[in-house]
Every structure is written in C-alpha cells, then in structure tokens.
Design a binder for this molecule. Structure first.
Ligand SMILES: NC(=O)C1=CN([C@@H]2O[C@H](COP(=O)(O)OP(=O)(O)OC[C@H]3O[C@@H](n4cnc5c(N)ncnc54)[C@H](O)[C@@H]3O)[C@@H](O)[C@H]2O)C=CC1
Ligand SMILES: O=C(CO)COP(=O)(O)O
Ligand SMILES: [Zn+2]
Length: 348
C-alpha cells in the first residue's frame, strides 16, 4: 500500500531587493491577516528598520528583546495579549526572528520575517531555535507567512554576519552527505528533491564566491536567495536534515561548551571541513570546503572561531549524543580520531 504523505509549509510572499522594506505592509496586506501587528526587534535593528515597519502599520507597538530565551518568548506573548496584536513581525538578526517565530507558533498566529542580516537560513525556515535546558538545535515551527529582505539594509550589516550566512549554506554539502548516509544505514526517509535543492544551493553560492564581497548589494542578494532556497529545501523535507548534519551537531555542542563565542554559520562552516574529511578521507574534498570558506573570508579553523582545540575536540566526540540524528559521527568518534581529523584539516 502506498503510505507516503507530505505537508509542505512554505512562506507565501518572499520579497527581496533594494528598498523593499517600504513594501512590508503591502506584502502583508495581500494575505488579509487583519488587525495590527506587534513588531519584535532588538536595539540596532530597531533604528535601522523596525521603527519604519511599525509606521507602515499605523504606529504598531514595538517590543525590544535582548537574548534568545524562553523568558523572552513569554514576554513577547504577554505583550501580544496587552496590545491585542493579531500577528507578529520579527525585525532583526536570527535571535529576534526566532523569538518572534516561536511566540507566533505558541499563539497560533501569523508571523512575518524581516531579516536585517543574512546570517543563517533560520530567517526563512519553518524551524525555530531557542536554547532550552541542554537543547540547542531547532524544532519545527510555522514558517513565516511573509519574508521581506531588504538588500540595502543587509549589505550594510557587519560583514561577518553575511559570511556566516554563506558558511551555513556551504555546510549543506556535508549535511546532505550525512542525510544520504543515514538513509543507507538507518533507512531514514530521504527526499531526492530536497537533497538536490540543498546541494545545488551550496554549489551556486560557491560558484559565485568571487562576487561575494563586503559592501556589494549583489552579495546580499546572492546570499539571501541561497538562504531562501535552503529554507525551501527544509520545508520540502519537513525537517532540517537537508541543511543540518554532523557539522551542525558539533556547532550545537560548541554553543553548550562555550556559549556566545562564535556565530552559528561560522561554527558549522569550520565543523564541515572536518566532517567532509570524515566522509571522504584524503581525497581533497575537505580542502574544497576549506577553500570555499576562505574565498568568502569565513573562519576555517577553531582559533579563528575563538574556540580552543580542547573544546573543539570535546564537541566532536560528544556531538552524536545530543539528538536522534545519525551522521558520519556514528555512535561517536574517539578522541584520537577527532584529534587526527581536526589536525590533518588544520582545524586545530
Ligand atoms: N531557526 C533556525 O533554524 C536557526 C536559528 N539559529 C539561531 O539564531 C541565533 C543567531 O542568529 P545570528 O543572526 O547569527 O545572531 P544575532 O541574532 O545575535 O545577531 C547578531 C547581532 O547582529 C546585529 N544585527 C543584525 N542586523 C544588523 C544590521 N543590519 N546592522 C548592524 N547590526 C545588526 C543584531 O542586533 C545582533 O546584535 C542563535 O540563537 C541560533 O541558535 C541559528 C541557526 C538556525
Ligand atoms: O541551522 C539550521 C540549518 O542551517 C537548523 O539546523 P538544526 O536543526 O540543527 O538547528
Ligand atoms: Zn545552520
């Protein structure tokens, strides 16, 4: 009997380009959500974009958040109740977008994503990530109904945020390899379509690496389009598998061991060099990942991330424990093997 089912949730309007911030209300208006939003932001994005977004909705209330935590999600939910808002607009980096996404998911109301930085693919995906206890990885959430990515604003964001977004996309290569491996070894459901889209997204970014340079709005355009495409791959898969393998597990562990040391995208990029080595050994493929990161100016080793060699090795040897996600780390790599892989690739 044929028993496959898919429920693919995607954003309705994705608006990308120069000055599109001013089209936020129009892009939302098409969806007939009704009522007034609560705008969720943080200090810098507030001045850059959130105040202007609030004006477009007739002076909608604005709440400023400080950190990605469930207490902040609850504070936003309380503000929704006080202001009687009927949907949420997140304006800022990944933390703000996640808080607004998780609050709207809890309240079962619409969510609009207005990223001011192209730092990772969570800005467009149906995945939310707020640290809870020991959990650092994303969980399923409603994707944004509307994404408004103004390349003028994103091009002016600190360059490291853009290189982090690029590295998050480059890590899709190893994520797909891990997914294929889990399919072969553990019969994990695999989507050819989502896998191919994710890999192609990484390829297109790497092929255009020469045009990804600070201050160029073209770069913001390329990276945002890649992040959208990666988010769509996750929606098709119904999980973060196409964009998250062993390299993400290692990054989540680093976030636990040494929180706040480096950006998500930068960590997964460096970890991806090592996991590519674990996949393909001395065939030079890890060098391709390393070179792609170097070409866009992202970190290529633990020191550049600000992590010690000991912490990186600890993350590698414990990463398999944090989630039910089979990868090249299998049931765990030994300390000796971790040191060997990280040393050969120049990561430590
Ligand atoms: N939902 C998901 O699937 C995923 C979620 N995450 C989560 O996202 C968070 C990290 O997000 P990031 O964006 O890397 O960091 P972030 O949200 O902390 O942003 C970094 C800093 O850049 C500032 N910023 C943003 N746009 C700016 C602009 N245009 N100009 C000047 N400053 C600007 C922010 O205010 C913040 O201070 C973590 O909590 C991580 O767990 C990470 C990956 C995937
Ligand atoms: O960052 C992500 C994809 O790039 C989400 O992955 P996780 O589910 O591992 O948090
Ligand atoms: Zn990621």
């Amino acid at each position: 009997m044929f028993d496959k089912r898919a429920w693919i949730r995607l954003p309705r309007n994705v608006v990308v380009g120069h000055g599109v911030l001013s089209e936020t209300a129009a892009a939302v208006g098409e969806l007939h959500l009704g009522g007034t939003p609560l705008v969720v932001t943080s200090p810098t994005p507030k001045e850059l974009a959130a105040e202007s977004v609030a004006e477009q909705f007739d002076g909608a209330p604005v709440v400023t958040v400080d950190e990605a935590s469930f207490s902040e999600v609850e504070r936003v939910m309380d503000e929704v109740e006080d202001s009687e808002a009927s949907f949420l607009v997140g304006v800022g980096g990944g933390k703000v977008i996640d808080i607004a996404k998780m609050a709207s998911d809890e309240l079962d109301m619409g969510f609009v994503s207005v990223p001011t930085a192209a730092s990772h693919d969570g800005i467009v995906s149906g995945r939310g990530s707020v640290p809870e206890g020991d959990t650092r990885h994303s969980v399923a959430a409603e994707p944004p109904l509307v994404v408004v990515a103004d390349t003028g604003i994103i091009a002016d964001a600190p360059w490291r945020l853009t290189t982090a977004g690029c590295a998050d996309i480059i890590s899709n290569y190893t994520a797909v390899k891990d997914w294929e491996l889990a399919h072969r070894l553990k019969n994990v459901e695999y989507s050819e379509y989502a896998g191919a889209l994710s890999r192609m997204t990484a390829e297109m970014l790497v092929d255009n690496a020469d045009s990804i340079r600070p201050g160029l709005e073209e770069s913001a355009w390329l990276v945002v389009k890649a992040l959208v495409s990666s988010g769509v791959a996750m929606s098709i898969a119904g999980s973060s598998r196409p964009a998250s393998g062993a390299e993400h597990l290692i990054s989540h562990q680093l976030d636990r061991i040494a929180p706040g040391t480096a950006l998500h995208g930068h960590q997964v990029g460096v970890a991806s060099v090592v996991t590519e080595y674990l996949h393909s050994g001395d065939m030079g493929r890890w060098q391709n990942v390393h070179d792609a990161l170097a070409a866009i100016g992202a970190p290529t080793n633990a020191e550049e991330l600000g992590h010690s060699a000991e912490d990186f090795v600890e993350a590698m040897t414990t990463a398999h424990e944090i989630r039910d996600r089979y990868t090249i780390l299998g049931n765990g790599v030994s300390e000796e093997a971790a040191i060997e892989a990280a040393t050969v690739t120049g990561v430590i």
